[in-house]
Design a protein around this ligand. Sequence first.
Ligand code: SF4
Ligand code: F3S
Length: 112
Amino acid sequence: MPYVVTENCIACKHMDCVEACPVDCFYEGRSMLVIHPVECIDCGICEPVCPVDAIKPGTEPGVEAWLELNRVYADKWPNITSKGTPPADASAMDGVPGKLARFFSAEPGEGS
Ligand code: SF4
Ligand code: F3S
C-alpha cells in the first residue's frame, strides 16, 4: 500500500518530501503535491520529513479518499524532484480546517 499526501499539504506545500523520495514519485499541483500510488515503493522515508504531518501510510484509517485523489492527480500533474519555494504563509496555514473545500486547486503546478 503506497503512502499518501493528505489535506494538510494544501496551501502549505513545503516540498521537503520531494528531496527525500528515492524514486521521485511526487507530482505537483498548484496547491499541493500527490504521490503516484504505483511508483511509490512504500519506504516511508517521506512521512517524518513533512513539517505539517501531511503524509500518511495508505493503510491508515480514513485516508481512502486521499488515496483516490493522489491516484487521479498523479496522472494529471507534472513530476517534481526538487524543492521549490513554499507559499509565504505556509506555516500559518498548518492545521487550518476545511482546506479541501477552500484552498484545493485542480490546476497543475510547474514541476521540476
Ligand atoms: Fe517516496 Fe518512499 Fe514516500 Fe513512497 S514512501 S513517496 S517511495 S519517500
Ligand atoms: Fe506537502 Fe509536506 Fe510535502 S506540506 S509538499 S507533503 S513536505
